[in-house]
Design a protein around this ligand. Structure first.
Ligand code: LRH
Ligand code: MN
Ligand code: MN
Length: 408
């Protein structure tokens, strides 16, 4: 949709939306304010437990991961921060990493402590029966809070691989109590303004039970910890058929939605491009976010983070496409005709209500998103511009021996 074509399709779309009574300038302002955080681990080599396929030009250190993330920001205009995983992104001086990020117009986002890659954690980390292991896990949480404080990050994003493999292996309740005790200590150490997000996953790597298996278990933990503990919804961490948009709506209503890990999944793992197979679900999640904002919920605090690692597809381009999917889903949710929807709901017109949503979902918002990116000084066509920039060729020739920074 380059040049004149873009202008024509944008004007057409704008006209159609205005006829529907949509405030297009308002929609554009919201899209300009949208932010998405990309994960450092998405830029390194990754794979499944069967095989890692190394890619050319992959970063050799955390600094180079920020360089790649800066490309995503350059072309999309809405991704100035990067989530880091400690110790995958261990450096001697985090202040140096933060200022390097700053020199690229970027910053360090959520800090993700890693409590799953140590021999000691075989039976759990913060739930481990041995207090010595729990001490070690809690110390790592404290270390990550300190890093966050140093680099000005206000989010600790926690995911626990804790669970058991056999019935009878340990007590569910005692493990909960141990977790709560460790998290209380970490929570108390957080500076004001820092939040703790608790991610849940109903499977993997434990086979019998997972200590934080679903949003309810995370929420209960958060409620015990305090207001600055909130639930993190990773789209890939649900049973098939789970209504994720309802979970999102409920957590927003309780002011406990801390953030997202966006991705898509077909069966169990969770690393595909967000919205690649389930764009309607993604749209419906954004509809709940837009609705919550209309109701005055604190949507501004929600952390919109991607959690993907692309195994066979080019990583930077895969991330750019992911961000565009989020931008387009949000744009579609912003053009929902709420007056019409509420009227249909009130009169019990089930299918009119559904069709109002369909009408927004079927709107081709790509010209609007392209124009918004131009307004932000980014690219109307991010993939085309990235491909034409020669960045991939440059890193492929300059970087040898890229790191692998995931669990594989
Ligand atoms: C676990 C998870 C969690 C980790 C990330 C790498 O499946 O979603 O967020 O930190 O993957
Ligand atoms: Mn996740
Ligand atoms: Mn995951």
């Amino acid at each position: 949709m380059p040049g004149g074509d873009l202008d024509r399709s944008y004007q057409e779309l704008r006209g159609r939306l205005e006829e529907k009574g949509i405030d297009v300038d308002g929609v554009e302002a919201k899209l300009r304010a949208q932010r998405v955080e990309t994960p450092s681990w998405a830029y390194g080599n990754s794979g499944t437990r069967f095989k890692v396929f190394p890619q050319p030009g992959v970063p050799r250190n955390p600094f180079e991961k920020f360089e790649d993330a800066a490309q995503v920001h350059r072309h999309t205009g809405i991704c100035p921060s990067v989530a880091v995983h400690i110790p995958w992104d261990k450096v001697d001086d985090y202040g140096e990493l933060a200022s390097f990020a700053g020199s690229l117009g970027m910053r360090i986002g959520a800090i993700n402590p890693n409590l799953f890659q140590d021999e000691d954690y075989k039976l759990g980390s913060v739930t481990h029966p041995d207090p010595r292991v729990r001490r070690k896990a809690t110390d790592h949480l404290l270390e990550c809070i300190e890093i966050g404080r140093q680099v000005g990050s206000d989010i600790q994003s926690l995911w626990f691989a804790d669970g058991t493999n056999y019935a009878g292996q340990d007590s569910f309740v005692e493990r909960r109590h141990r977790m709560l005790e460790c998290l209380r200590e970490a929570y108390a150490a957080m500076p004001e303004g820092m939040r703790m997000l608790l991610e849940y996953k109903f499977y993997e790597p434990a086979f019998y039970h997972t200590d934080l298996a679903d949003w309810g278990q995370s929420l209960l933990m958060c409620q015990k910890l305090g207001d600055r503990a909130q639930v993190l919804v990773d789209l890939g961490h649900h049973a098939l058929g789970t209504n994720v948009e309802q979970i999102v709506a409920t957590l927003l209503d309780e002011d406990r939605l801390g953030g997202f890990h966006f991705n898509a999944r077909r069966y169990g793992d969770d690393d595909l491009i967000v919205g690649s197979t389930n764009p309607f679900e993604l749209f419906l999640i954004y509809v709940e976010l837009v609705d919550a904002e209309r109701r005055g919920a604190r949507v501004d605090r929600v952390a919109y983070m991607i959690d993907q690692s692309h195994n066979i597809e080019p990583k930077i381009e895969g991330m750019i496409i992911s961000v565009m999917q989020l931008q387009e889903s949000y744009a579609r949710a912003l053009v929902v005709d709420w007056r019409e929807l509420e009227d249909a709901r009130r009169s019990g017109d089930v299918l009119r209500a559904y069709r109002v949503l369909q009408d927004a979902y079927q709107t081709d918002v790509r010209p609007l998103c392209a124009v918004v990116r131009q307004q932000l000084g980014a690219s109307a066509d991010p993939v085309g511009a990235f491909r034409a920039s020669g960045y991939m060729e440059k890193i492929a020739s300059e970087r040898q021996g890229g790191v692998q920074m995931s669990w594989t």
